[in-house]
Design a protein around this ligand. Structure first.
Ligand code: BES
Ligand code: MN
Ligand code: ZN
Length: 499
């Protein structure tokens, strides 16, 4: 999709449709956003007629398409409700944007001029508004057709012109650059995550990373094979992969946008391309969704892609341990004891708690980058869904400043997180009779004990863990990857680049 920022009056832009916001309960002359109020009298009285008929009252969630505009340059007008005439909350602003784009989704409209960046949003500026337009429109137009014979998508939209006041042009332009970078990162993560496990194997993920490196010279990509991991002593990671015919890969992507000697931000993403549970086999219902157990890894690639597109002046490293978790004659068995790269021995009491087994060795490996901070993201525990549902990702960590920065980034990116405690009392639950650590902590506080396990391997740096089990994909009818937390990570990187 092609986006542009325009300062000319919306009516003069030759597009299939213009989008105008409409406030509720207002006199006719205060009802429309500025670019609506600047429309010709004829067009305004036509809009007034639609309103007086009761076709639209201006509530949030409402939209009416005026499909024919007699004797006018303007082909169509989409009226979108904005609620009361006062600054919108960021969440309501996003609702307005999705109402607008969804009501155009199944139409043949190819190009639009959108006036919605002019709306006043609480605590936000034109940069933020424009960025949200790009992110929300892009999200709504995404459709996974890679494996369908008919690749035609519902949305025919190709061009979006965003109108803005002359004085806001620079701010809008920088919002456009951010929006395009983040949207591309999100789309990349979604497209990779929606692929099934028989296509998206660890080898495929590694190939995609290498491909990213080829198209973006700013990225250097290195793949560690099982033999390399063996040499490093990654006994925990390799124990998960033993039950699979697909070789494991440890993918490393490096983006050097900052000074040579600036310590990198390291992002670690769980890239489990199919989680059957191993010998502690999962129940059959809904098991297909465990193809999404690599969403953390996909989001790391997406965030790096966004950083490259935004040309952020920082150094970022992405590490993705990628493996399958399958039942097999050579698979981990409950009770097996493995030795991690850190030398800590682990009793594998449940082979389905495999994410922490591949992450722990990757966290140890991250030490060699002398990281400024390490953030891992993983579809780690079903318990996170029980605790927090599908709204925020879970956040735990050993550094308040880092956690607070992530909370703030999540708020402004509309990709929220909620912090859970990582108190030492919970560590009791991970005691093993036979090894240094057990890989499960019983039925209570599953998200916290998973993070407690990881914390043993994150002692040498500032670290945060995001449990994205509830946020990385949608289940049911509308099943699909969300690309979260690429917006959150991108915002964090933007904030770090600015500080
Ligand atoms: N990938 C799953 C976590 C998961 C489950 C995410 C369902 C989203 C939806 C992870 O590997 C897993 O199986 N975790 C176990 C841990 C348990 C055995 C301690 C879980 O959550 O049941
Ligand atoms: Mn599992
Ligand atoms: Zn898993």
């Amino acid at each position: 999709m092609d986006y542009s920022i325009e300062t000319a009056p919306i009516e003069t832009l030759a597009h299939d449709c213009i989008i105008i916001g409409l406030y509720q309960n207002q006199h006719q002359n205060q009802q429309l956003i500025p670019s609506g109020a600047a429309l010709s009298d004829k067009l305004q009285s036509l809009i007034a007629k639609v309103v007086s008929r009761g076709d639209i009252s201006g509530k949030i969630g409402e939209a009416v398409l005026m499909n024919v505009i007699p004797d006018s340059e303007v082909e169509r007008v989409l009226l979108v409700g904005l609620g009361e005439n006062k600054p919108l909350s960021p969440k309501n602003y996003r609702k307005v944007l999705s109402t607008a784009i969804l009501s155009l989704k199944k139409s043949y409209i190819k190009s639009i001029a959108c006036g919605l960046a002019e709306i006043v949003v609480e605590g936000c500026n034109s940069q933020w508004n424009v960025r949200q337009i790009v992110e929300v429109f892009n999200d709504a137009s995404y459709q996974f057709t890679a494996l369908k014979s008919d690749k035609e998508t519902e949305s025919k939209l190709q061009k979006v012109a965003i109108t803005i006041l002359e004085s806001e042009f620079a701010s809008a332009q920088s919002g456009l650059i951010q929006g395009l970078g983040i949207a591309e990162g999100v789309s990349f993560a979604k497209a990779l995550s929606d692929l099934p496990g028989n296509v998206c194997t660890p080898t495929y993920m590694a190939e995609q990373a290498l491909e990213l490196g080829k198209t973006h010279p700013e990225l250097s990509v290195k793949i560690l094979e099982e033999a390399d991991m063996q040499a490093l002593g990654m006994g925990s990671f390799l124990s998960v992969s033993r039950g699979s015919r697909q070789p494991a890969k440890l993918i490393a992507l490096e983006y050097q946008g900052g000074k040579q000697d600036a310590k990198p931000i390291v992002l670690v993403g769980k890239g489990l391309t199919f989680d059957a549970g191993g010998i502690s086999l999962k129940p059959g219902a809904g098991m297909d969704e465990m193809k999404y157990d690599m969403c953390g890894g996909a989001a790391v690639m997406g965030a790096l892609l966004a950083a490259v597109k935004m040309q952020l002046p920082i150094n970022v490293v992405g590490l993705i341990p990628s493996s399958e978790n399958m039942p097999d004659g050579d698979a981990n068995k409950p009770g097996d004891i493995v030795t991690s790269m850190a030398g800590i021995t682990i009793e594998v009491l449940n082979t389905d708690a495999e994410g922490r087994l591949i992450l722990c060795d990757t966290l140890t490996y991250a030490e060699r980058y002398k990281p400024d901070v390490v953030i891992d993201l993983a579809t780690l525990t079903g318990a996170c869904l029980v605790a927090l549902g599908k709204i925020p990702s879970g956040l735990l960590g050993n550094d308040d400043e880092l956690c607070n920065a992530l909370i703030k980034a999540g708020e402004s990116a509309c990709d929220s997180v909620w912090r859970l405690p990582l108190w030492e009392e919970y560590q009791e639950q991970l005691k093993s009779n036979f090894a240094d650590l057990a890989n499960i902590g019983g039925k209570d506080a599953g998200t916290i004990t998973a993070a407690c396990f990881l914390s043993h391997f994150a002692k040498n740096f500032r670290w945060a863990h995001l449990d994205i089990a509830g946020t990385a994909w949608r289940s049911g009818q509308n099943k699909g990857a969300t690309g979260r937390p690429v917006p959150l990570l991108s915002q964090y990187l933007i904030d770090r680049a600015a500080s």
